[in-house]
Design a protein around this ligand. Structure first.
Ligand code: C2E
Ligand code: MG
Ligand code: MG
Length: 397
């Protein structure tokens, strides 16, 4: 529904108008600053900082989803964000304070938390947190902007992005940890909105399902992923492309034929195509395994993504016949952080071994994490910043 704003303050001849401290037309409990230009409006949410109040010092911030699985943005040095600087004397100790504020908001299932930690030197009069406020505000702004444009605008925007091929696919290498050999790559969708800029997949993938664009989107990604990797997929070396799909795709009988036709048309062996299905995915059918087996019977392989965190149907999935499981990155990333995580990781590794499937360990960022897996599962395949970031140039993999 259109919303009429009072006259704003024009900023020079930039075409941008600003409003100070106005009530947010979508979330009436928020009051903040607004900047707008043509069809774009950005809100700055100041609610994350209300509790900071005092004089400031060193700042760290993080914007993430409530389950902490996806970090939209980090600001400052988050590594040291939980520690106070070395305090040489009781004197410094008295002057330095650390304070963390967490604010979570989930308007209409948009899932976002902002955490800001400030190490305050009471002697420093410089109020630096305004900068962090602006940055976090920009991220909130992006989310709110798209929401404000309404589901019609959003649906049209996503459809246009698909039609004009503005969504593209990048590939992240999958390497055997022991040999560093590349065995495949995961295709990951990227969308850079013309006005807003890059939008995280965890955000727009949710909209795609909600706005009824799932079938178009998945087919678009499949075609882009196959075409982009054609040389490697037809080549003699073993190489597969791993594509994320929704349960609804697998339940749609025409998708199986679509996959068969698209691979046959390109001369690709279906065994070179992996379909990844999230462990937390909700099927409508009471017998998802039957559907998975239809795809396997045609030669496609099925990997279970995000293994270990989709508690809801964990009991069922261990009985499914699968070709691989991808251990969610929360497991590997907990190694080293807390001793309590180690036994859980050991159990997960043991369970993976008993299921006798290929294991892909997601989110390997450090050599220490790779060594931990190498000691226990040398044949495991690794996927993470350490072995290669998602990128468009498959040749470089
Ligand atoms: P996913 O399928 O579990 O993909 C792995 C995600 O982990 C990717 O995030 C990847 O960039 C990220 N990642 C890989 N290595 C590391 C690491 O070492 N550290 C950290 N922190 N992250 C790492 P991305 O590309 O943002 O995608 C997020 C999720 O969005 C994917 O999780 C998948 O569930 C969904 N997604 C992405 N592309 C598609 C798509 O084409 N179709 C569908 N249905 N879902 C997609
Ligand atoms: Mg995946
Ligand atoms: Mg995953």
């Amino acid at each position: 529904m259109p919303h009429t704003l009072s006259a704003g303050i024009s900023v020079g001849n930039s075409g941008i108008s600003v409003w100070k401290n106005i009530k947010n037309p979508i979330l009436s409990e928020l009051t903040g600053d607004l900047a707008a230009s043509n069809t774009v409006a950005v809100f700055t949410s100041i609610s994350s900082f209300e509790e900071l109040g005092g004089p400031s010092g060193k700042l760290h911030g993080r914007i993430y989803t409530t389950d902490r699985k996806y970090v939209y943005q980090d600001f400052g040095d988050t590594q040291s964000s939980l520690q106070l600087p070395n305090m040489s004397s009781w004197w410094n100790n008295w002057f330095l304070r650390s304070q963390t504020v967490v604010t979570c908001d989930a308007p209409d299932n948009l899932d976002i938390c902002a955490e800001s930690t400030i190490v305050t030197d009471m002697r420093s009069p410089i109020a630096q947190y305004g900068l962090l406020g602006a940055l976090i505000g920009a991220v909130f702004g992006m989310i709110l902007l798209l929401w404000w444009k309404g589901s019609h605008g959003l649906r049209a925007g996503l459809l246009e992005a698909l039609q004009k091929r503005r969504i593209h696919v990048v590939y992240q290498p999958l390497r055997v940890l022991e040999t560093n050999e590349v065995v495949g790559a995961e295709a990951l969708a990227r969308w850079t909105h013309q006005e807003v800029g890059p939008i995280p997949p965890t955000t727009f993938i949710g909209w795609i399902e909600k706005l009824g664009l799932r079938a178009e989107f998945t087919r678009y990604v499949v075609v882009a992923a196959l075409d982009g990797a054609l040389g490697r997929l037809r080549g003699r070396e073993n190489f597969y492309v791993s594509i994320n799909v929704f349960p609804g795709d697998l339940e749609d009988a025409s998708f199986l034929d679509f996959m068969t036709d698209e691979t046959a048309r390109r001369g690709i062996d279906p065994a070179r195509v992996v379909l990844e299905i999230s462990e937390s995915a909700q099927f409508s059918t009471p017998t998802p395994n039957d559907i998975l087996q239809l795809f396997r019977a045609r030669g496609f392989r099925i990997f279970l993504d995000d293994f270990g965190v989709g508690y809801s149907n964990f009991g069922n999935v261990v009985s499914w016949k699968l070709d691989g499981i991808k251990l969610d990155r929360v497991f590997i990333q907990s190694i080293g952080e807390t001793q309590r995580a180690a036994p859980v990781m050991e159990k997960i590794i043991e369970m993976a071994r008993q299921l006798d499937v290929q294991v892909i360990v997601e989110g390997i960022e450090t050599q220490a994490q790779a060594d931990y897996i190498l000691d226990r599962m040398p044949h495991a395949v690794g996927q993470g910043w350490l072995t290669g970031r998602p990128g468009s140039a498959l040749d470089a993999i």
